[in-house]
Unconditional design. Structure first.
Length: 158
């Protein structure tokens, strides 16, 4: 984490002409530390998933659709913590890629249900493999026990 703080100090500054900012204790605040950790995790995620054009929101959506066959878009939005209108374009992209089908809910024609297509099911095999590599990298950085402790601590904050 010290490397992330040093990087935060350097970001935006030329190497020779500007001095590092006094962080004024910011480096000791939980929110700042969480943000730096999130940036680290997301950088690794983006690096691993960029070739298949998957970002963290699309990844999460695909995982939830896979595990919750015929889920409604509104349920997916709620689970992801996003407004349903903000999810529409993302679902559209998955439909256009042939990974997800969107059909009217037979019980409520005003709602749509989502399912993986055959192509989507095949895509998920590779997606899981890449995510396993990402998780293994993070566990190497922290150690298995610390990784589990961190997950538990983050759950307490939720």
């Amino acid at each position: 984490m010290a490397d992330d703080i040093a990087a935060a100090r350097r970001s935006g500054a030329s190497a020779s002409s500007e001095r590092p900012l006094d962080m004024a204790g910011l480096e000791n605040t939980l929110g700042f530390r969480l943000r730096l950790a999130q940036q680290y995790v997301f950088r690794d995620f983006v690096t691993r998933f960029s070739a298949i054009e998957i970002n963290p929101v699309l990844y999460s959506a695909l995982i939830l659709i896979e595990k919750n066959r015929r889920c409604r878009q509104s349920e997916l939005a709620m689970a992801l913590g996003v407004q349903q209108p903000n999810l529409v374009d993302r679902i559209d992209s998955l439909v256009q890629r042939g990974l997800v089908s969107r059909t009217p809910d037979p019980q409520d024609r005003r709602a749509n249900v989502l399912m993986l297509t055959a192509t989507g099911k095949g895509f998920m095999v590779g997606l899981h493999a890449i995510h396993d590599q990402h998780t293994a990298h993070l566990k190497r950085q922290l150690g298995e026990d610390e990784y589990a402790v961190l997950i538990g601590l983050l759950d307490k904050l939720r």
